[in-house]
Design a protein around this ligand. Structure first.
Ligand code: SAH
Length: 363
């Protein structure tokens, strides 16, 4: 399928939008007006952007468009969680999930079609990897949810859907800038969270260009086990990862890193694992999110029993580490953590990418 020759303005953050207008002989502030129309008011038709002159609107129609990804399927869970399957060009699909809770609504956004990291307990990994999403495709998920749910019910965005956001660095940073821009969605740095399996050099770069909150998928308290669960650990082991986390929040006393820890029965959930984790967590301002494993077809893992999860949480809390157990939401529509699969065309590209980007020995 051929890409349109028109520039899709959906994926331009403020500076890029201004530059686009200036490059076409227009004033930069028209760029800001258009930004606001698109993201704050949800308007995609240039003719409806009534504070732009007629000539400018006519010109824009010749050179640009506002193209929103198509919603292929929408499902609502018994607990109110909503999932959209979004169709991209070339037949790929990704999934976006909205989780309503008391007083807040969190949107879980995908950043890639599939994922190249191959974590052993994640169903997205089994889909293989196809490509990065563009900034328009990432912010498009927020645009869709804001329209469907109403902008005010969308209070938080987490990059915890399909993909590893830090291996799609520029497009993810651009989309997060739009989430934080007051002309767009106006979310504070505490309400935009990037979740990563720990791409250390990209984490260092992120600190230079963005102040969003950070969640790190740790899942194991020692390198031997983490190598098995999160293979990127072979390249960036725990000590290096934690050092990069410390640097990320250095100088800001209010900030903590959230560590995600999936609870796998008999694998990483013993008292001894908890004690090792406590030692690691004491070395930096942190909190822990325990995620009871969400099963999917052909997995070798089982979810830890509730009592085990509670005991693990208790041990961490007793040691002064704030720990929450993430409620399983939307599992009846396969919208829970690690259950997002979308549709990944040409999955064979994964192993190539793993070698290219990370130098991991993909089997
Ligand atoms: N690649 C990023 C973003 C994915 S976020 C990252 O690794 O952080 C999704 C979160 O859900 C991650 O913490 C991931 O490890 C976790 N997860 C993946 N599969 C899961 C499963 N089957 N059950 C519970 N959590 C899972």
């Amino acid at each position: 399928m051929s890409e349109s020759a028109l520039t899709n303005l959906l994926g331009l953050e403020q500076k890029a939008m201004e530059a686009f207008f200036v490059a076409h002989g227009q004033k930069a502030f028209h760029g800001r007006q258009v930004l606001k129309w698109i993201h704050k008011h949800g308007v995609t038709d240039f003719d409806a952007m009534t504070d732009l002159g007629k000539n400018l609107r006519a010109r824009l129609k010749k050179i640009a468009e506002v193209r929103i990804p198509e919603i292929l399927l929408e499902q609502t869970s018994a607990d109110g969680t909503r999932k959209w399957v979004v169709e991209l060009v070339c037949g790929n699909r990704v999934e976006t999930v909205f989780i309503p809770e008391d007083g807040r609504g969190t949107l879980c956004v995908s950043s890639q079609v599939g994922c190249a990291l191959d974590c052993s307990f994640c169903s997205t990994a089994q889909q293989g990897y196809n490509r990065n999403l563009s900034s328009a495709e990432i912010i498009g998920q927020v645009w869709i949810a804001a329209r469907e749910m109403g902008e005010r019910s969308l209070t938080n965005v987490v990059l915890m859907g399909m993909g590893e956001p830090l291996t799609n660095f520029d497009n993810v940073v651009c989309a997060m800038d739009l989430m934080q821009d007051d002309l767009c969605y106006g979310l504070s740095k505490f309400r935009v969270t990037l979740s990563t399996a720990g791409i250390v050099p990209a984490l260092r770069r992120l600190r230079e260009v963005s102040d969003v909150s950070l969640a790190v998928s740790l899942h194991a308290p020692d390198d031997q086990l983490r190598n098995e669960l999160v293979p990127i650990n072979r390249k960036y082991p725990i000590a290096e990862l934690l050092e990069a986390c410390r640097e990320f929040i250095r100088g800001d006393k209010r900030r903590k890193i959230t560590f995600e820890y999936v609870m796998l029965d008999g694998v990483n959930d013993s008292d001894q694992h908890a004690r090792k984790l406590i030692k690691l967590m004491r070395s930096l301002p942190s909190k822990v999110n325990l995620i009871p494993f969400n099963p999917f077809p052909n997995t070798i893992y089982r979810r830890s029993p509730d009592e085990r999860v509670e005991r693990f949480r208790h041990l961490l809390m007793e040691a002064g580490i704030f720990t929450m157990t993430r409620k399983t939401r939307g599992d009846d529509i396969d919208a829970a953590c690690g259950q997002l699969v979308g549709r990944v065309r040409d999955r064979s590209r994964r192993e190539l990418r793993v070698r290219q980007i990370h130098g991991v020995n993909a089997a």
